[in-house]
Design a protein around this ligand. Structure first.
Ligand SMILES: Cc1ncc(C[n+]2csc(CCOP(=O)(O)OP(=O)(O)O)c2C)c(N)n1
Ligand SMILES: [Mg+2]
Length: 548
């Protein structure tokens, strides 16, 4: 058996269930072997789509998926999405064909290793036919244990050789994250015992199994309110003491409560400029405590008074045990008054001046109408741009990985592929992709993928015919903005041409056919081209620019 086939089979035996990619001569055999061994394969139309689908599949399912690409340009096309996955610590395996070491004149040759190292990815390689199975098994194990993307280089000469590896090394049980140190737990318990108004913030590192429940229990013991960073939006959905996302998208009430907290305790959240509004949401006298598996994250953005290196679930449980041992149980700010304010404090309950007029719809009105229309069980995916606050602010986020936000590299154009990966991972619930017109035009080829895969997907374009973020950044500075404005694009027509249904929306009543679509068999995905009022400017964006 050839190395390509043996490695493909091994990866599937070791649990890789889903492969995204785009096939060329260098990755045909290994991908076919994976399909024949039982994995599902979904082809993208650009490798930039494939890598982001793989990333999103991992975020939506918690499983490690693989992305398979051709050597040279197949790999260079993945780089933006790979960088996002690196910065987000998504465990995934990127299978990259590579020209043979001796093929120095090949058109496809570049220094693939230097390329991916430059964006922070870890490189593994099939070194020779005798080590290929061990190399592949270790690469997959590292992705899982280290929770990061691993790029497994597949040299063409090694792939094509007879596999002489013998039996693959035994699969290793997953490495357990560090247990928190007892003295660190005691110190943080002292701080919690003294806090009157604690807020617990869950971030990406609190999305793992068991963390939500353990953190909610700790918060109940200390009378804390619960908030999340943007990327962990929806983590505490349904908890009556949850005040939603903190930072730029925070409701006025959440911003007020976070900034009057006397203690902030984060689990797997970096407390960066976005989640703290450049530190402005943190009262000068507030005690800041961070729990993170990465020691460098503690105090990385804000001064931390204390930190615990540990897994979110294990540390939250250890803190609750310690407080129970001391018979410490506080009401904190869990009063009837605060609970009533939280119940009235959502974005959709705040009055705003309706801007829907003529031929365009207020983006807030659009988001509220969609929220009411769409099933509660949904995965919300949002691309980058000025519009990106409206969906998580005005649409409820479902619990259990209900919000997938590929924003760590702040690239536009990843949203559609993110939605495809999420929809493949969670076919039972509707995936809603909220995109800007700029982000969608950057990722347009993947509309064909949406139709071909028959996904349970709704695409909503917040179409202002502009790179709105740039218009609202530079316009107020008195600069001309013609270079970031564009003629109208008819996305409904493009959608139909790609095999989706298309709907143009300029006022709430135009959404009626979407109700019919939801009630039907949804055999085709639907794209809503919402012509939004371009002059409604998000407060969070103005805030963000202040910080620059
Ligand atoms: C790959 C990439 N190119 C450029 C930018 C700079 N940028 C940030 S937001 C934005 C505009 C996005 O336009 P659109 O998707 O229509 O959303 P809008 O801001 O109009 O709501 C641009 C160009 C970026 N973040 N990423
Ligand atoms: Mg736009």
């Amino acid at each position: 058996m050839k190395v390509s086939e043996a490695v493909g089979r091994l990866l599937v035996e070791r649990g890789v269930r889903q492969v995204f990619g785009l096939i060329g001569s260098g990755n045909f055999d290994i991908t076919l072997a994976m399909v024949e061994a039982g994995a599902s394969f979904a082809s993208s139309r650009h490798e930039g789509g494939a890598i982001t689908m793989t990333d999103a599949f991992g975020r939506a399912s918690g499983e490690v998926a693989a992305c398979s690409v051709h050597q040279g340009p197949g790999l260079t096309n993945t780089i933006t999405g790979l960088t996002e996955a690196v910065k987000s610590r998504t465990p995934l395996l990127l299978l990259a064909a590579e020209t043979a070491a001796g093929a120095t004149r090949s058109n496809f040759r570049i220094d693939q290793e230097a390329l991916v190292i430059s964006v922070g990815a870890v490189v593994a390689r099939l070194r020779e036919p005798a080590t290929a199975l061990a190399d592949a098994a270790f690469a997959l194990q590292r992705a899982r244990d280290e929770r990061r993307p691993i790029v497994l280089m597949l040299p063409l000469d090694v792939q094509g050789a007879e596999c002489s590896s013998g039996a693959p090394p035994p699969a290793q049980p997953a490495v357990q994250p560090p247990e928190p140190q007892a003295d660190a737990v005691r110190k943080v318990a002292d701080l919690l015992a003294a806090a009157q108004r604690p807020v617990v913030i869950g971030g990406r590192g609190a999305l793992g199994a068991g963390a939500k429940e353990a953190i909610e229990e700790l918060a109940a013991t200390t009378g804390a309110l619960l908030a999340t960073s943007a990327v962990a939006g929806g983590l505490f959905a349904g908890n009556p003491w949850s005040i939603g996302i903190t930072g730029g998208f925070a409701t006025p009430l959440a911003a007020e409560l976070v900034s009057s907290a006397d203690l902030l305790l984060s689990f797997g959240a970096t407390l960066n400029m976005w989640s703290t509004r450049h530190g402005r949401l943190v009262a000068p006298e507030a005690v800041v405590v961070q729990v993170d598996i990465d020691p460098e994250a503690i105090g990385g953005h804000l001064h931390a008074h204390a930190g615990i290196v540990g897994d979110s679930a294990a540390t939250a449980r250890a803190l609750t045990r310690e407080l129970d041992r001391r018979h410490q149980r506080r009401e904190g700010w869990r009063s009837r008054d605060v609970s009533e304010r939280i119940a009235r404090g959502g974005w959709s309950q705040q009055p705003f001046e309706e801007a829907t007029a003529g031929d365009s719809i207020d983006p807030r009105t659009l988001s509220i109408a969609l929220d009411e229309l769409l099933p509660a069980a949904r995965t919300l995916v949002v691309d980058s741009g000025h519009f990106m606050g409206w969906p998580p602010m005005y649409m409820a986020i479902a619990p259990d990985r209900g919000f997938i936000f590929t924003q760590s590299y702040q690239s536009i154009g990843l949203g559609l592929a993110t939605a495809i990966g999420a929809a493949v991972a969670r076919p039972e619930r509707l995936t809603v992709a909220a995109l800007g017109d700029g982000g969608l035009l950057m990722s347009l080829p993947e509309l064909e993928t949406v139709a071909r895969l028959g996904l349970n997907l709704l695409v909503v374009v917040y179409n202002d015919a502009a790179y709105g973020a740039e218009v609202h950044h530079f316009g107020p500075l008195g600069k001309p903005t013609d270079i970031v404005r564009f003629p109208e694009t008819d996305f409904a027509a493009i959608a139909r041409a790609c095999g989706l249904e298309g709907l143009t929306v300029r006022k709430p009543e135009d959404l009626a056919p979407a109700t019919e679509w939801l009630a039907g068999d949804r055999g085709k995905a639907l794209l809503i081209d919402a012509k939004v009022v371009p002059t409604v400017v998000a407060e969070w964006l103005e805030e963000a620019f202040k910080g620059h």
